[in-house]
Design a protein. Sequence first.
Length: 358
Amino acid sequence: MEWTYEEIEERWQEKCWVDLRSPLEYEEDHLPGAVNLPIFNNQEREEIGTLYKQVGERVAKQRGLEILAPKLPSIMDQLREWSSKQPTILYCWRGGMRSTSIYQVAHWMGIPVHRLLGGYRHYRQVVNQFLETWEYEGRFVVLHGHTGVGKTVILQQLATEGYPVLDLEGLANHKGSIFGNLGTKEQQPSQKAFENQLYQALLQLQKQPFIVIEAESKRIGDRFLPDHFMDIRQKGIQIMLDAPIFQRVQQIKQDYIASPYFDQQSSLKALKRIAPRFSGEVYQEIYQSIETEEYNEAIQLLMLHYYDPRYDFGDRLAGLETVYSIQVNEETAEMVPFFTQEVKAILHQHFPHFQPIR
């Protein structure tokens, strides 16, 4: 059968999606969970594309057939294996020659595969339209706070306890600052891949009465949130978290320095990128503190001279409908557990009938 994405959108996780595009196309982005079974490698695709432009369609198709023919037995064997376990759907860039040819050969061979009409391009049109027009009947619950109050850890704890959470930094694989890629192993996904993950996450959460998120700026590392998403966020419940600087320093050490992927040289390179924002004396003090692994000192100086002055929460929260403030004092032994309990109390105040998903 041939399906549009809309026809099987709610059941997409039950399928085996097979991306027939080249590895380079697949790496840039693909349908979530799709496996790559390229009928042409990167060099072959480039060769055929060049022939199509410079010589003509007939010659390009002939060359494509010559390249594909020896691969067909192994491609069919793989499709037969996958389709024996779950419904298998083929797609290429726009539902053109690549998916059509493999779909037809598979049916000649008695292999029960399906084809996605419009291919990856149509899926992207669905994603873009959704992110530009999404209407959420619930409310975002937005956690604000200076660097180091543990917003991401709070989100992770709430998610563990069954609360609906959208971890934007997790989707972007970036902690949202100049040092945001430190302590992580993987690179950021492409903008398209980030948008696709956001789309899938919102689909799964949109029936919930609320979604807890962190108050990210529009840009997370090198990835950007849709304008429409930012507009919806502004109408949510805003919660300001505040804690003494020494507690925030310890949280940053745990988030970054304690990571097995933390790299001292990368942190020094990141610091150089923001050197103009400091006086020469402060910059040297931070640099030397990192070099000598005096991370408490380095983090505190970064907070005082870079992070904290950049956030004016009075202006950011002014005029918003529902704003709460939660403060930790110096006697509070466990900052993140305290904040988590207070956030949960606010959630149950606004959504008394909500039951965590266990």
